[in-house]
Design a binder for this molecule. Structure first.
Ligand SMILES: [Zn+2]
Length: 464
């Protein structure tokens, strides 16, 4: 049974979805005005790991990850580059989707953009105004923090010293004390992107965007909300406040937060010169799967010190695993199975699952694989490896890699996300009665070892 640390309760708890075996989860996505850095990707990889492990455990997933395509940063950057907000954010969404494929991240079921959900945001504000949790001032709308007794329950922020009536217009602010935060912002200057509303032209605050998009697709109460620990306050605290005050219901049952990433022992920052995007690392010649391995090797609940030495070591470890798998695939061995190896595989599998069940303890799960590889290497050297052992070992590696996602991503092999994109394109082509294109895609997938099956519930796929 999977147990996760829930930031809200502060406890490690069993995950039991609201609705049978379906898990509805939301992850705060990237604010799309720049390349994603390695700290962002630590969080996205840890969310991907959660998603993959839930699927491995037989859960059905509805995973929503948004794009924040309107906020202080996106607006400033678009103005600086003299392009429209849409042009700027389109560019960085494309970049991010490519980065996701590079790191073998599965595609969430839904990836909404904030600017496509303004009506949902306005209706949330209306509900808050009607219930007395929000007020209008000089064309902006603010949330009245003092009206929500639950404020601070996620971040455990101390409300003493709260200055009544103090307000903050910025999307991000210091953890000094709680302030009334902005739900809807009047434009700061001429020509800023904006939408017409009953209380004046303006644009949404960052916090409101996530509440509106998550509840739109997952309902007013859902299972898991993910993000980096830096989002706990104020972003997630504010999401809880505005959502629960609008609906009168609990917003989220589990809060899943990924710890900080440091680079060479220091906080990553542009001024320190240790600010690394995924693209910087790939340009330096590091293999994407080595980067992914380095990111998952430390459990998400622990701080990760990301170093170049560590990255090189991750690359070597991964090379060793791939090598081991290659040798197994090429080995010729007699039929039968050795009892010692049969037992070693069963032990490794149980330990892998126990490790992952233990709040996604990836260090333990990877340890189980490495000790199995040591045992198997001894058997290979002694010539005691049998065909049945080989099959069991390869099967276990493939199974574990459904969760880890570091072994299968070889040159020429399609990622799950690419397959899903092609299937979507094929469905579109069929809808448009473009059967030439739809056949082309089926053949392309078949050549890459992917079999399609069209069912009433949609198109299923599996690897040959
Ligand atoms: Zn968010």
């Amino acid at each position: 049974m999977l147990k996760l640390r829930n930031t809200l309760s502060g406890l490690v708890e069993e995950l039991q979805p609201l609705e049978g075996r379906r898990v509805r989860m939301y992850a705060c996505g990237l604010t799309v005005y720049d390349y994603g850095h390695i700290g962002n990707f630590r969080t996205f990889v840890s969310v991907d790991l959660l998603r993959r492990y839930l699927k491995f455990q037989g859960f059905e997933i509805t995973h929503v990850m948004n794009f924040t395509d309107v906020d202080d940063n996106t607006i400033d950057r678009a103005a600086r580059e003299r392009v429209s907000l849409r042009e700027l954010t389109d560019r960085y969404i494309d970049v991010f989707l490519e980065d996701m494929r590079t790191l073998n991240l599965e595609t969430p079921e839904l990836m909404p953009r904030a600017t496509d959900h303004i009506p949902e945001m306005l209706s949330l504000i209306e509900r808050l105004l009607k219930r007395g949790y929000a007020y209008v001032s000089e064309g902006s709308v603010y949330f009245r923090v003092g009206a929500f007794p639950g404020y601070g329950k996620l971040s455990k922020i101390n409300l003493e010293g709260n200055i009544a009536g103090a307000r903050v217009d910025a999307d991000k602010y210091d953890k000094d004390n709680a302030r009334d935060f902005v739900l809807w912002k009047a434009p700061k200057r001429e020509g800023e992107p904006g939408w017409e509303t009953p209380w004046g032209r303006g644009r949404p605050g960052w916090h409101l965007e996530c509440s509106a998009m998550s509840m739109r697709y997952l309902g007013e109460t859902f299972d898991i909300h993910c993000g980096g620990v830096d989002l706990i306050f104020p972003h997630h605290e504010n999401e809880i406040a505005q959502s629960e005050c609008a609906t009168g219901k609990p917003f989220v049952r589990f809060w899943y937060h990924t710890e900080f990433l440091q680079v060479e022992g220091e906080k990553m920052s542009k001024s320190l010169g240790n600010y690394l995007t995924l693209r910087d690392l790939v340009a330096k010649g590091f293999k994407p799967m080595a980067i992914r391995y380095a990111l998952i090797s430390v459990p998400y609940r622990r701080q990760l010190n990301f170093t170049f030495d560590g990255l090189r070591a991750a690359g070597k470890t991964l090379e060793g695993l791939l090598d081991f798998r290659r040798r197994l695939q090429e080995a010729t061995c007699e039929s039968g199975a050795s009892p010692a190896l049969t037992e070693a595989v069963a032990r490794a599998r149980a330990e892998f699952i126990e490790g992952m069940d233990d709040d996604l303890n990836t260090a333990r799960a990877l340890g189980a694989i490495h000790s199995l590889v040591r045992d198997a290497n001894i058997a290979v050297a002694e010539g005691s490896l049998r065909a049945g052992d080989r099959e069991a070992l390869l099967e276990f590696l493939a199974e574990a890699d459904q969760v880890l996602g570091v072994l299968g991503h070889e040159e020429g092999e399609l990622l799950d996300s690419e397959i899903q994109d092609l299937i979507r394109e094929r469905n579109q082509a069929r809808g448009d009665r473009n059967f030439g294109r739809s056949d082309e895609i089926r053949i392309l997938l078949a050549e890459r070892g992917i079999l399609l099956e069209d069912t009433k519930a949609g198109t299923r796929w599996r690897r040959k």
